[in-house]
Design a protein around this ligand. Structure first.
Ligand code: SF4
Ligand code: ZN
Length: 450
């Protein structure tokens, strides 16, 4: 196997356990093999991990080469990238797109691969994701093209919590991202853009869409989606048949900055439920994911591709759409925001009295996350919360535990109250406000308090 990774010697390098907490329920772990086993491929170096297909131990260099070879084979098999193509990668800050960017940079060192980040305006999360993307780009000596949704379009994904999409934010976010992928690709003259979907993503999404009868969605899962018009770019998924765990291993072993970021809107994803289900099935049948992939590629995909949809152009933005009323789903969904009053999610101390007055709310409550000292608040001069009913809660009890959250809502009868939240952890407090707002509670996080 060829190896392009000369920067570390296998003997010098000490490998550590790396834990990646994807979500409260999902963890990926890299545990370097401690037994003295030689790599099955080079028979020279100490093996560091075991891959499952085929089940063999490999050293770092051989694993990286194995992974890159697999990606290259995918690209060649589906003719994903041609000589003249201008290629962009949408980085999300998550490990998959970062690894995709890294592997493409390693496979095509001479080519310009453009890293793109869409700042969706998801409080704290988008900023942190951008930081990670910047570090990933630095690692490969590149600079990301950053598109700020709020600046360009005047809204952010968080604004949808004030609409009837409040419990389907991911669905709207998907529409917005697809629209922007296509728009940005056009602006940057890309002919191809790549996304980091891997085997686990693909089979769990396919399963979910199938159960919901969403064949248009299934169409989009193909490793290659040809452009609908001559001005669009082709979409490719070079990692489509690679298990998530191997994507993670590649990130670890290639020193790609990967950080577990969790979007405050992600908890409701139905896909996760099916992913869990498929992971369970995998315990009985180790081939299940590959079997599902094969059924998808050989049977389902040709079938859905042959379904002809009428293609129109959106009367508002000009993008292709299959909607008979000629308004694309991006325009339809974002138009709702124009009719919606959007409130603040976090406020400064000075804004507290204004809000209290505005709502003339007698039923006020102050919620203090346990990382903040209640005593501190009591001692504050001109304490704006003097006549507030005040409670301390721990974020773990209510944030990661839906039963706990429901109990908390009920116990404090939050639905009928004006809620202010104090915390030393703005990210947590912001997420809690999002969660409360989605259930109809009028909540604010008071930042920089006192
Ligand atoms: Fe968008 Fe949902 Fe992903 Fe958050 S989790 S970035 S809202 S799709
Ligand atoms: Zn449109």
């Amino acid at each position: 196997m060829p190896s392009s990774h000369k920067n570390f010697s296998e003997k010098e390098r000490a490998f550590k356990v790396v834990v990646y907490q994807k979500s409260p329920e999902e963890t990926l772990v890299f545990t370097p093999l401690s037994e003295k086993i030689f790599c099955k491929n080079c028979k020279e170096n100490q093996a560091i991990l075991r891959i499952s297909h085929p089940p063999i131990p490999l050293c770092r260099s051989c694993f990286l080469a194995y992974f890159e070879k697999k990606v290259k084979r995918n690209i060649e098999k589906f003719k994903m990238i041609k000589e003249k193509d201008r290629v962009g990668v949408f980085l999300s800050g998550g490990k998959d797109s970062s690894v995709l960017f890294g592997v493409l940079k390693s496979l095509y060192p001479e080519r310009e691969i453009i890293p793109i980040f869409i700042h969706l305006g998801i409080g704290y999360f988008s900023d942190r994701a951008l930081e990670v993307v910047e570090r990933v780009c630095e690692r490969f000596e590149a600079r990301p093209y950053v598109y700020y949704l709020k600046k360009e379009k005047g809204f952010s994904i968080d604004d949808f919590i004030f609409t009837h999409f409040k419990n389907k934010v991911c669905a709207v976010c998907g529409t917005v991202k697809r629209y922007l992928f296509s728009k940005i690709a056009k602006e940057l003259n890309l002919t191809v853009f790549a996304t980091g979907h891997h085997l686990d993503d693909l089979v769990s999404t396919m399963f979910t869409l199938f159960i919901h009868g969403d064949f248009e969605g299934i169409k989009r899962l193909s490793p290659v989606s040809p452009p609908l018009t001559s001005q669009q770019a082709k979409k490719i998924k070079p990692l489509y048949n690679i298990p998530e765990i191997e994507v993670f291993y590649y990130g670890v072993l290639k020193d790609i900055p990967i950080e577990a970021l969790s979007c405050p809107h992600s908890e409701k994803a139905v896909v996760k439920k099916y992913k869990k289900f498929i992971d369970l099935m995998e315990k009985q049948n180790r081939e299940i994911k590959y079997q599902l992939l094969s059924v998808f590629l050989k049977k389902l995909s040709p079938l859905v591709k042959s379904r002809r949809e009428n293609l129109f152009f959106c009367e508002n933005c000009g993008e292709p759409t299959s909607a008979p009323d000629k308004i694309c789903s991006f325009c339809r969904r974002t138009a709702i925001l124009e009719r919606t009053e959007r409130e603040k999610i976090e406020i400064n101390r000075e804004e507290i009295s204004e809000i209290i007055e505005k709502f003339n709310e007698k039923n006020k409550i102050l919620i203090i996350l346990k990382d903040f000292q209640k005593k501190q608040v009591d001692l504050i001069k001109d304490n704006p919360f003097k006549d507030f009913e005040t409670f301390e809660v721990s974020s773990e009890e209510i944030m990661d535990n839906s039963k706990g959250f429901r109990k908390f809502l009920k116990k404090f009868k939050l639905k009928d109250r004006l809620v202010f939240i104090l915390s030393q952890n703005p990210e947590k407090a912001y997420s809690l406000v999002l969660k409360l707002r989605k259930t109809g509670v009028r909540a604010y996080f008071v930042k920089n308090f006192p």
